[in-house]
Design a protein around this ligand. Structure first.
Ligand code: SF4
Ligand code: MSK
Length: 659
């Protein structure tokens, strides 16, 4: 019999809790219930089970992992490092395949084969092209310069960026953005990534039975693979999406389930790639579709987002966002959703069944991701409106004919200010003509800002939903650490009001609050979806370039965390941050056993190689303390631990000058 779910222990999100109560009354279950009923396998959780061949599966003892070896003789360190490597491969493949899909669309748009999309941000196109050495201007015979044809720049860019995936030898294009000293270290270690296809293929080969059975060697290669995600596939996804759909700038955008409206046709887009959502925005604003909705008795069409698809358009257009990963089922329980359309990644299979319980139309739209029980309407990038209009029609039909389930919409909605792309942070700090990171670095040097933390990643029913994110971030900003966020974590914080400028006075320490009030920003910045962690890498590179904080990413007083992570993508992200030089702490659980050689390599040994390590803490306060201690250690090493203003050249200095 199913164990009773303690809702107060499951989530702190009032909307999700209200819907879990309703789910109980309605007799339906969610991932919270299933996690409550299913204990995680302790052996798998610690990376101690190998099923890479049919002589196994072989399970090591988690109490004494060196007591036995697998049938082939594989030790715990081999098994755990292979399992970890395969998680990196899975995560990196997801991000890079997403990036490649965006690049495919970009090429077709540039060639004029997709009239629905165009290059929206020419400045971004120029910036990205220049950053990897593609000429943007040509010199004319009379010595003056002229902007090249935009189409030519775009075609050159597409060709160059394709190497991110296919390059067999050499270094992928965005390594040109890596601070030189960090890149030098990678070259010494032999971990500068080639194309992601090559790295992932090699990683899958190495982890096959009987290949790489030396955990140090395995670790070097999964770091290389992770870097091909962070500085490769993910970065391409972000940059190309900005060029096509616009680079985010601060906008107002509401979050939480109160953004649903019983009187309108409610459509949710959930997943990751932004093109489905961008086309849906066009579709719901088409007067023909609005008219159809009105003739069905609705006041209009209410389009909202979830998960990272939602964050993409919250960032670019301020489209309301109704919840993160652990709220995707709860939102269906409202009964108010007429249609949910999904593309790829983080889509729970249970959504199909649950939707049918409430009469919600549930659509898959991507050829790579079908779900049993879902209606598949494939999105053809060349004619996206065909798919989108069909989904809108079916949503209107559900509104009109099948709203039989009792509707209950939690009345919680909160204002947030997302949109902090690297470009907007640059602009916000220095204005249009003096755009730069100098004010950020100066405020870190003078101690008003202690450091910067990236708090990112999923939500997970194995811990109290949203609570670990919220408490960690509150603790960090209270200690004057500026927080940047992506993915589901960003939505957690937006729901508790921390992504508004007013939150600075309420929650931030005095130094951070003063800086936020001066420039008018929240103390917690939403920089985008999970592929947009690449924006944080770019920000780190920019901080190094701006000066005063060392010459490598590993010198910066920064730290990363994924306190409620669940996906392989999170492991890949964590690994590319560590390999880039950012100390990173994970919560929930960590797939290694403390005291083993592989665990020690990840948690200590990597410091000698890349200047950063992994760490683990379940408790948000302990996690914050670890991150702050790391930031302080870096400040100490930089000689900026004592609070001091940047000294201007004063009269006394002048008098000391020998004339
Ligand atoms: Fe067991 Fe070795 Fe096969 Fe893994 S590869 S299942 S450890 S025999
Ligand atoms: S959606 S990977 S649950 S952040 Fe990007 Fe959220 Fe994690 Fe998926």
């Amino acid at each position: 019999m199913a164990k009773e779910l303690n809702i107060q222990e499951a989530t702190i999100c009032p909307s999700t809790a209200q819907m879990l109560e309703k789910a109980t009354k309605d007799g339906v279950e969610t991932a919270f219930h299933r996690a409550n009923d299913m204990k995680p396998c302790p052996i798998g959780m610690e990376g101690a089970c190998c099923k890479n061949c049919s002589m196994g599966p072989c399970r090591m003892s988690t109490k004494s992992p060196y007591d036995k070896v697998g049938v082939c003789g594989a030790t715990y360190d081999t098994i755990a490092s292979r399992n970890f490597a395969r998680m990196v491969a899975g995560g990196a493949a997801a991000h890079t395949d997403h990036g490649m899909a965006m690049l495919d669309i970009f090429k077709e748009v540039v060639k004029g084969n997709i009239p629905d999309y165009k290059i929206k941000d020419i400045d971004k196109l120029k910036y990205v092209a220049e950053s990897i050495g593609i000429p943007v201007y040509i010199e004319k015979d009379d010595g003056t310069t002229q902007l090249r044809d935009v189409k030519d720049i775009a075609l050159d860019l597409a060709e160059e960026l394709e190497k991110t995936y296919t390059q067999v030898e050499g270094e992928i294009p965005f390594t040109k953005r890596v601070p030189p000293k960090t890149l030098e270290k990678w070259r010494e270690l032999g971990i500068v990534p080639r194309g992601a296809m090559r790295e992932i293929m090699e990683l899958m080969h190495r982890t096959h039975m009987g290949v790489d059975q030396e955990y140090n060697n395995m670790t070097l290669h999964f770091m290389r693979t992770a870097l091909s995600d962070g500085w490769g596939g993910s970065m391409v996804a972000t940059e190309v999406s900005d060029i096509l759909f616009g680079t985010p700038k601060a906008v107002r955008g509401e979050v939480d389930m109160g953004c649903l409206d019983e009187k309108q046709v409610n459509i949710i887009i959930h997943g990751h790639e932004p093109n489905l959502f961008e086309s849906m925005i066009e579709g719901v604003n088409d007067p023909k579709n609005i008219e159809k909705a009105k003739s069905a008795g609705a006041e209009g069409i209410n389009l909202v987002g979830m998960c990272c698809s939602g964050t993409e358009v919250l960032m670019r257009h301020g489209i309301p966002h109704v919840g993160n990963f652990m709220s995707t089922e709860a939102v269906i329980v409202t009964g108010a959703i007429d249609a949910m359309a999904v593309d790829v990644q983080c889509i729970k299979q249970a959504l199909a069944n649950l939707s049918s319980c409430y009469g919600t139309k549930f659509f898959t739209t991507n050829r790579r991701a079908k779900i049993e029980g879902a209606t598949h309407i494939e999105l053809d990038e060349h004619n996206p409106r065909e798919c989108v209009d069909k989904i809108i029609d079916m949503a209107i039909d559900r509104f009109k004919n099948n709203r039989k389930a009792k509707i209950e919409i939690p009345q919680n909605r909160h204002m947030s200010i997302p949109g902090f792309s690297h470009e907007f942070i640059n602009y916000m700090l220095g204005g249009r003509f003096r755009a730069s990171y100098v004010p950020l670095n100066d405020n870190i040097i003078n101690g008003r800002i202690r450091g910067v933390a990236g708090v990112v990643g999923c939500t997970n029913p194995r811990v109290k939903h949203d609570w670990v994110h919220l408490e960690l971030v509150k603790e960090l900003i209270k200690n004057n650490v500026l927080v940047v966020q992506t993915g589901c974590s960003a939505i957690s914080l937006a729901k508790y009001g921390l992504m508004t400028p007013e939150a600075a006075a309420k929650y931030a320490g005095p130094g951070l609050a003063e800086v936020c009030e001066t420039i008018g920003t929240p103390p917690v910045l939403n920089v985008g979806s999970c592929v947009d962690n690449s924006r944080i890498l770019i920000a780190c590179a920019e901080m190094v370039k701006t000066g005063g904080l060392g010459d490598k990413i590993s010198d910066l007083p920064v730290a990363g965390a994924a306190p409620e992570w669940m996906s392989e993508k999170a492991i890949s992200i964590g690994q590319y941050f560590v390999a880039s030089g950012v100390y990173t702490v994970f919560g929930v659980n960590f797939p290694t056993i403390e005291g083993t050689k592989f665990h020690d390599l990840l948690f200590k040994g990597l410091d000698d190689l890349v200047g950063a390590t992994w760490d683990f803490a379940k408790d948000p306060y302990e996690m914050a303390q670890k991150m702050i201690a790391h930031i302080d250690k870096k400040r100490e090493a930089l000689g900026i631990q004592e609070k001091k203003e940047r000294k201007l050249f004063d009269m006394e200095d002048r008098r000391k000058l020998a004339v």
